[in-house]
Design a protein around this ligand. Structure first.
Ligand code: TRP
Length: 362
């Protein structure tokens, strides 16, 4: 069976380093591994509209931001199909039929939906489209017969729900859809990179994100203001790693080779952590090291972005071409689904013949 990747992001803002360590960096590695037959990367504008119905302009503006972030991280349109969700009408059509295979109570139990409803203070005024977005996400994945879905840990309930829909569909209508696997980050730090203030989630409204498009100065200022151990007042005090944002970021970004370049007194991150815990290592020194590590990773991305920003019409063209390719794939699955559900009346010569025969006898 061919190996196919599908994943995507909602275009509600620029992408930040949480997106990067949580999924984007891995996608680029998977893309370049050559192990996948097809890779689809989707800008999920229709999903973003499920809770931004009153602000389509925000989504419209952020499509190019996400595309710039994708390309500057190394997603390559010659290897991966980049496309826009709303341009693939089959996704909406599939969702409509999958809705019949999911109960309201099952959706209510989806932990991600539950958490998001709480976060958005929807209480009882949940838009139906938002409530059912796990179904539309199952359509996104299955339309491309994706086997692998690289996502952040928070998306696991979505993939589980998708797998259930696939099993249900296949058992009712016969083997048609492919059950996907989620691919989540290898380390805890990459699963949940906190905001620079130590809060669990990076979010635009909290103003605690480091964006992939931030300048070198912005990154440095943000790193130097990061939350650490509030009880680590004097350099000689023992420091704690628990909830210490600077160390969480080092877990996500630091490689052993960085020590040789920027902090040769230590062989690796374990030694640095041990010294911090013992006491005698100041926050500023660790932050300066983190800044060097992050700048090294972010600089090439920033430079590529600068170049790409001069080619905006070409980027829309990439998305348009990608959407055409994606549409053809989704149309194939749609035809399989219609045949399995027996709603392909006009292609079904046997149906027409048998109905004709039934009436011919009268
Ligand atoms: N829900 C995902 C997010 O919020 C975005 C998304 C939409 C997605 N459709 C998808 C991710 C399909 C993986 C597969 O980030």
């Amino acid at each position: 069976m061919s190996k196919i990747i599908l994943t995507g992001d909602r275009p509600t803002g620029k992408l930040h380093v949480g997106h990067y360590v949580g999924s984007l960096r891995r996608r680029v590695e998977l893309q370049n591994s050559g192990e996948y037959d097809k890779i689809f990367i989707m800008i999920a504008d229709a999903q973003a509209l499920t809770d931004n119905a009153d602000n389509p302009e925000k989504i419209r503006q952020n499509i190019i931001e996400v595309a710039l972030d994708y390309l500057s991280c190394g997603l390559d349109p010659n290897k991966s199909t980049l496309f826009i969700q709303s341009q693939i009408q089959e996704l909406t059509e599939l969702s409509f039929y999958y809705m019949n295979l999911v109960t309201v109570s099952r959706l209510q139990r989806n932990p991600t939906v539950k958490a998001e409803i709480q976060m958005r203070n929807f209480e009882t005024s949940i838009p139906v489209g938002f409530f059912t977005y796990p179904i539309s996400q199952a359509a996104d994945i299955t339309a491309f017969k994706a086997t692998t879905v690289p996502v952040g840990e928070d998306q696991l309930p979505m993939i589980e729900q998708c797998r259930e829909i696939v099993r249900k569909f296949n058992s009712v209508y016969g083997d048609t859809l492919v059950e996907p696997e989620a691919l989540i980050p290898q380390t805890q730090a990459c699963c949940r990179l906190p905001g620079i203030d130590g809060k669990a989630k990076m979010s635009k409204s909290l103003g605690n994100c480091i964006y992939l498009s931030d300048s070198a100065d912005e990154v440095r200022t943000k790193v130097m203001s990061m939350f650490t151990d509030p009880n680590h007042l004097k350099i000689t005090d023992p420091g704690s790693l628990e909830g210490n944002t600077v160390f969480t970021y080092l877990d996500a970004f630091c490689k052993e080779e960085h020590f040789g370049r920027y902090l040769p007194e230590y062989a690796n991150l374990d030694e640095l952590k041990a010294h911090y815990q013992r006491g005698g290592l100041g926050d500023v020194k660790v932050k300066k090291f983190l800044n060097n590590v992050m700048q090294e990773e972010l600089e090439p991305i920033r430079n590529r972005r600068k170049e790409l920003e001069k080619q905006i019409p070409d980027i829309y063209e990439i998305l348009k071409k990608g959407s055409e390719v994606a549409r053809q794939e989704a149309a194939k699955t749609m035809a399989d689904v219609k045949a399995a559900m027996k709603i392909n009346y006009f292609d079904d010569a046997a149906l027409i013949a048998s109905q004709a025969e039934k009436y011919a006898q009268d």
